[in-house]
Structures are given as structure tokens and as C-alpha cells.
Design a protein. Structure first.
Ligand code: ZN
Ligand code: ZN
Length: 264
């Protein structure tokens, strides 16, 4: 499913108060929440999403003195993606010194009211992620605001989802369950919930599953269910190629990339 973009004109955005700093590329995306009360009524009322985004922009311009809403994009429960600062513009939401590293994507949930992200919000965040990868020269990282900055943002439920590798919710929200991302793209099996690392050797079926997948991608390694020096070396080289931290540990992101990263 293509991104369902709500343009600035569509949501009645105010003009930015000045010109944006241009951004050639980023390492990926940082995910945010509002940090305040979000009226659960927006789930059945998209006009409520529009009003909320407008009020966030007013707060950032009038309260914070920023030139525009701080976020690059905003994801709402209706799987719509509001255009904030947009592509190739420096966001303001990640914290001082951290804005050039990542686009900032807000999921419309808060710390009260609507706290658990509806599937539509998760899909919309991922639609925005794919969009900035394709059009905004963003890398593969998906992180939370709290990664590298002292904040509780993006809240526990959203951050736990990021840590799980930001999987698509089952089905893609188009009423056609089971078709994953809707485009026949590969989808990773659920992350096993533990880190595959060495030393000491990690053993198990989850290791075997990962090794089988890496071998299918063309890497030279034994599918023996034992994550030792050889697996960790393959992991490191794979991580470098994907532009993520090369710690040689298969966590949620590295796990997901083994299935979902395009074959080069
Ligand atoms: Zn944040
Ligand atoms: Zn909405």
C-alpha cells in the first residue's frame, strides 16, 4: 500500500517562519509520541487528528519559538501520514545536535488517553519510514527519541515496538489479513526475544533459523544451531553492509534485516 499522505495544505498547516535547513541524508528515523494527553476519540474521528496536529504546530511555533512543527511526519490511527517539515528538511524534535542524524516521526499517542498505538499508527509510521528511505535518502535505523537523549519519549508501548524491530502489525490494515506488507515483500518471523551473541556460544532453533536465512542470502556459514565466532563474524559484516551498528549481536533490528533488507 502506498503512503496515504496528508499534505500541509490538506491539514491547513501554517507557513514555516523562516527557511528550513537542508538535510541531504539521515541514518534513519527516530520515533516520538506526544508526551501528553491524546483524546482516544481521534481513533474514530480523523478531524480530531487534524486538530491535534494543528495544535502541536501552534505549540512548537508559538510556545517553543521554532520555525515550524518539529516533526518530519506525523502518523495517525487512520494510517495517514501528515507532512510535517517533510523530506530533506532538518527536524527539531530529536534534541540538540541529534536532528541531522534522523528524521523525526510522531505517532499520535501520548502518556494519557490514547496510550497504546493502534495498528493504523504503526502502519503509518512504517509507511513514513519507507517513504523517507525511498525519497529522503534515509538509512535503515529505526530508533526511539530516548535513544541517545534523556526523555521518556516515545513512551513504553511504542518504544517496546521499536525494540522488537518495528514489525508490521498482522495484515496491513487494508482488510486483507495475512498479506504482510501488501506488496509481496519478505517479512521476518517474530524476533525470538533473546539476543544471539558470542561468546559464549548461543545455541538453539532460533540460531538455526537465522543461519538458514543468512545462508539463503548468500553468506558462507554453517547451519548448525550454534552461534559462535563464524556466525558473529558474518553478522558483523552484514551489519556493516546494512549501515547499522556492527556489534556482532543479532538483536531485533539485525534479525528483521536478515529477511527484509533488499538483496544487493
Ligand atoms: Zn520525542
Ligand atoms: Zn487520522
Amino acid at each position: 500500500m502506498a503512503i496515504d499522505l496528508v499534505t500541509r495544505r490538506d491539514w491547513g498547516a501554517r507557513a514555516p517562519r523562516g527557511s528550513y535547513t537542508q538535510l541531504a541524508s539521515t541514518k534513519g528515523v527516530k520515533v516520538h509520541y506526544t508526551g501528553g494527553l491524546v483524546n482516544p476519540g481521534i481513533v474514530t474521528d480523523h478531524n480530531g487528528c487534524v486538530s491535534l496536529v494543528q495544535s502541536i504546530q501552534r505549540g512548537h511555533q508559538d510556545g517553543n519559538g521554532w520555525l515550524d512543527i518539529g516533526y518530519s511526519f506525523v502518523a495517525c490511527p487512520h494510517r495517514k501520514v501528515f507532512e510535517g517539515r517533510g523530506l530533506h528538511h532538518l527536524p527539531a524534535a530529536n534534541g540538540p545536535g541529534l536532528n541531522s542524524g534522523h528524521y523525526a516521526v510522531l505517532g499520535l499517542v501520548g502518556n494519557a488517553g490514547l496510550v497504546e498505538p493502534p495498528d493504523g499508527v504503526l502502519h503509518a509510521i512504517l509507511d513514513a519510514v519507507e517513504y523517507v528511505r525511498e525519497r529522503g535518502d534515509a538509512g535503515l535505523e529505526i530508533k526511539g527519541h530516548r535513544d541517545g537523549y534523556a526523555t521518556d519519549c516515545p513512551g513504553e508501548p511504542l518504544y517496546a515496538w521499536v525494540r522488537r524491530g518495528a514489525p508490521r502489525p498482522g495484515g496491513d490494515g487494508d482488510g486483507d489479513p495475512g498479506d504482510g506488507e501488501g506488496g509481496g515483500e519478505p517479512e521476518a518471523p517474530p524476533f525470538p526475544g533473546r539476543l544471539l551473541r558470542y561468546p559464549p556460544v548461543t545455541r538453539g532453533e532460533d540460531v538455526r533459523t537465522w543461519q538458514r536465512q543468512m545462508k539463503a542470502r548468500g553468506w558462507d556459514l554453517d547451519v548448525d544451531g550454534a552461534y559462535g565466532a563464524q556466525s558473529s563474524d558474518v553478522c558483523r559484516r552484514f551489519q556493516r553492509r546494512q549501515g547499522v551498528e556492527d556489534d556482532g549481536v543479532v538483536g531485533p533490528v539485525t534479525w528483521r534485516l536478515a529477511w527484509e533488507a533488499p538483496l544487493s
